[in-house]
Design a protein around this ligand. Sequence first.
Ligand code: NAP
Length: 255
Amino acid sequence: MKKIAVVTGGTSGIGRRTVERLLNEGWSVWSLGRSEQLLQQQRDDYQHTGGFRYALCDVADAASVASAFAEIARSVEGIDALVCSAGINITGSMEEMTPEDADRLIGVNVKGPWLCSRAALPLLRKRATPSNPARIVILGSIGGMRPKAGAGVYSATKAAVHVLAGVMAVEFAPSGVTVNAVAPGTTRTPMIETAQKNASATSGFKLSGASPLGRIGEVDDVVDVIDFFLSDASKYVNGAVLPVDGGTRAAFVKS
Ligand SMILES: NC(=O)c1ccc[n+]([C@@H]2O[C@H](COP(=O)([O-])OP(=O)(O)OC[C@H]3O[C@@H](n4cnc5c(N)ncnc54)[C@H](OP(=O)(O)O)[C@@H]3O)[C@@H](O)[C@H]2O)c1
């Protein structure tokens, strides 16, 4: 039986590569996104795999999340994994940040993974077995472990989602569902390209830049760890927040 995963933010960056990786490993994958055009393009790109499905979903909107998971539930009996990669980054000092920006950040980065995990739970329960739990993997950030000036609200949303992952890990464990978070450092994706462009216009904000390993992260560095959290090797790992940052947050560097 093919394993089935749902990936939010499936049309770009870490989410898109996760979709691709899982399809190549023989999973069936539902890519969730907001742009029908991008999802259709992705369907054309991955048609040859025979396992690609998609649904429109704005993760910050409870009705949209409910409708996406209802669509999935009409098509499959259960799912093995949910990867919550949808996220946004809006930079700005605490003085400059607007309440509307803060609402958007909290809606997508905190409410989003919670709404999706909650909606996915009945489907995950159906495929969970005592020896092999179903999995939820949430994209946090090292910003949530070592907050960054100029990205205070973003950092706070990522700290919040690490906490939510821990609480869901404990609450969902009796259902045979584990929840873990991956906390990337700066990783080469469209999100970071935009942050790089905006950096000079944001007071006090600086990208972390190269890690102690001498480079920034590549998407596959992060997807390798998502893959680990979905694999048999991690079946007893629950409630972890794992930095994937080349050591960036482990100690301050004198500049
Ligand atoms: N790249 C990094 O350096 C880095 C570092 C730490 C953590 N992360 C986290 O890793 C995750 C993936 O980031 P990425 O770098 O791959 O970014 P990305 O390339 O910008 O992809 C983000 C995805 O989230 C989707 N999204 C945004 N708002 C959404 C909403 N309301 N509903 C549904 N989907 C929405 C975007 O879709 P649209 O096209 O519809 O906007 C896009 O597909 C994020 O949670 C991010 O915070 C990234």
